[in-house]
Ligand binder design. Sequence first.
Ligand code: HEM
Ligand SMILES: [Ca+2]
Ligand SMILES: [Ca+2]
Length: 300
Amino acid sequence: DLTLNFYSTSCPSAELVVRNTVRSASNMDPTVPGKLLRLLFHDCFVEGCDASVLLQGNGTERSDPANQSLGGFSVIDSAKRLLEIFCPGTVSCADIVALAARDAVELTGGPVVHIPTGRRDGKVSSASNVRPNIVDTSFTMTEMIKLFSSKGLSLEDLVTLSGAHTIGAAHCSAFSDRFQEDSKGKFTFIDTSLDNGYAEKLMKQCPPGANPSITVQNDPETSFVFDNHYYGNLLAHRGLFQSDSVLFTDSRSSKQVKNFAEDQVGFFESWVQSFLKLTSIHVKTGDEGEIRAFCPTANA
Ligand code: HEM
Ligand SMILES: [Ca+2]
Ligand SMILES: [Ca+2]
């Protein structure tokens, strides 16, 4: 099992080193926290929270198109490099990913979460495991509930963890399925439930043929602050992805969305619980897996 302060004797500075690395990287590049938080999600949903998402090479998870827009790898590598100096062969990459995401939330104003550690690094990473385990923005509510429940996460966890979209950014391609090109080459929004002003703004930011590297902010007013503003957006019909909007349009979750929009403390309390569940999915402990020496490759 995971335990609080797993490294207290083997590597007392472990959590501090991760925190300082995340802090200085985020100070230099404010897009870092969003990247680290999403990296955790994509790690934990595929093979559990085991750093499988970090492995490089042909046919690994990282090579799957669904993972092309992930980032934050260099921050994890920097923390690992330091930890290998202080306490060689001790702190897993899986724990670094979880701690870094936890710190990213706290650094952007979100709740403090004390997470247990002791995760071991996996040796399996296969691109073919990515699609069946990662939610696509086109998923229906029922499909999302089903996938989350296969990870031990409830509908309430789904609504809470989607609140991660209060920070970070997305590429135009991530929501282009909500646009439609008419016969004159004019783009319109298919999804008429979307706020008009917001839809127009998005279409301006992502014109046809736009540079594929352009990103838009998930939560335009406070995209660098971990707050409950995301839920206010959903109420105002300004959810960026179809999978965000549906949380408010579906009667199974609309009440929770409304509650969180009105009550940031309630959202934060729920976040702590759901984040603990997310970071515990299928963890490897004891003598399972290994402690990698270098996060992008399994030990020889
Ligand atoms: C519930 C279904 C979810 C879907 C369909 C979804 C989908 C997406 C997509 C398409 C992007 C944009 C990626 C890009 O174009 O660069 C994104 C960004 C992001 N997602 Fe999610 N996501 C979901 C849940 C989550 C969860 C549970 C978390 C974490 C707890 C999360 C954290 C993030 C973050 C922080 C970003 C911003 C990344 C950045 O700034 O680079 N998402 N998500
Ligand atoms: Ca994994
Ligand atoms: Ca925000």
